[in-house]
Design a protein around this ligand. Structure first.
Ligand SMILES: O=C(O)CCC(=O)C(=O)O
Ligand SMILES: [Fe+2]
Length: 361
């Protein structure tokens, strides 16, 4: 690495544009700047794509509208234990609600940056702010900047001031958040039952209390093989519900291979987060995933995390659920406040799944 490369200064210069990766692309960059380059030696170990000699693997698709509830519970339990990821159809969220949210997110990200704009008003990486826009939440922690910008909305437990949301997104994203919250409640019931607990168990212990919505935008990348859209990581919260557009690029690590999560119109992707792995005492798995960069049309995804994150009033301790423990299934993790877990997770930045192992007994 040449001495002339001042990474900190380049990160700062990007931050100071308030326009993110989209701003770089709009200005016509044809080469990936060094702050985004994935070092050769960090090339992510299991590089093999889906397929090879076998049939391409695919995450389970579960129809929540199926009238056989026991079968749905069993399918959710199997998927959460074996894959950590599944897609759901028959979920009751109208197609147009998801489409409107994706298009609102796209319009925001494609709006101009610069003085006096929504982007400049919202650009922040201040933890306390409920509505903000930034390029890489972990820009200064992570060794590799991701080819991605994000609009961040903390919707619950305390909803943001409506006026803080960009005008063009407000209605679509409030509506989306409400619908996805309801879907989250449905999923927490199914997951409780799949653990052999009463349906209200996970909501009784407030796993659904926090809701954070991240509207990601992945601009076309001129040298996609040198960069990454989202570095490999597992999600920190209890549960994530993700909507992706038709571009693709999301991959999950399954049996040591990267498996493509193929866009399925109208379906949501659901995945278990670290905190649910922790309280289920490894009954459910929080699985690493990443987004590859592409030189295609921009990609939009909306991730909804159920997690109270930095909520200061939350004093509940989370540890392996007592009802699941026995001599054969002793606790594997120590108890933690959500905010302490999240603080630790953020201090590392997106990386291979390491935060949860620091909480193992
Ligand atoms: O954009 C995606 O498909 C995934 C984003 C993601 O993994 C995350 O926000 O945690
Ligand atoms: Fe994620």
């Amino acid at each position: 690495m040449s001495a002339a490369y001042d990474r900190a200064a380049e990160l700062r210069a990007l931050d100071d544009t308030f326009a993110g990766v989209r701003g770089l692309v709009a200005s016509g960059v044809t080469r990936v700047p060094r702050i985004f380059r994935v070092p050769d030696d960090a090339q992510e170990a299991p590089r093999e794509p889906t397929g090879g000699r076998q049939e391409p693997a695919a995450i389970p698709v579960i129809d929540l509208g199926c009238s056989d509830r026991a079968a749905v519970v069993a399918a959710v339990g199997r998927a959460a234990a074996e894959w950590g990821f599944f897609q759901v159809t028959g979920h009751g969220v109208p197609l147009e609600v998801g489409t409107a949210a994706v298009e609102a997110a796209r319009a925001f990200h494609e709006s101009p940056g610069g003085e006096g704009t929504d982007k400049a008003r919202l650009y922040s990486r201040e933890p306390a702010r409920a509505v903000k826009y930034h390029c890489n939440f972990d820009l200064y922690q992570s060794p590799v900047a991701n080819w991605r910008d994000t609009l961040y909305l903390r919707m619950a437990p305390d909803p943001p001031d409506a006026g803080d949301l960009p005008d063009s997104c407000r209605n679509a994203l409030f509506e989306y958040a409400e619908q996805v919250k309801n879907l989250g409640s449905t999923l927490f019931k199914l997951l409780s039952e799949a653990l052999g607990l009463k349906p209200s168990y996970l909501t009784d212990i407030e796993c659904n209390q926090g809701q954070i919505i991240l509207c990601h935008y992945y601009p076309p990348c001129p040298q996609p093989e040198l960069a990454i859209g989202t570095s490999r990581h597992s999600d920190s919260g209890f549960l994530t519900i993700l909507l992706q557009d038709e571009i693709g690029g999301l991959q999950i690590l399954h049996e040591d291979r990267w498996v493509d999560v193929t866009p399925t119109p109208g379906a949501f992707i659901v995945n278990i987060g670290d905190l649910l792995q922790l309280i289920s005492n490894d009954g459910f798995r929080s699985v690493e995933h990443r987004v590859v960069a592409k030189n295609a049309a921009p990609r939009v995804s909306i991730a909804c995390f159920f997690s109270t994150h930095f909520h200061p009033a939350s004093t509940r301790m989370y540890g392996p659920i007592k009802e699941l423990l026995s001599d054969e299934n002793p606790p594997l993790y120590r108890e933690t406040l959500v905010r302490d877990y999240i603080k630790h997770y953020y201090s590392i930045g997106l990386d291979a799944k390491t935060a949860i192992s620091d909480f193992r007994l």
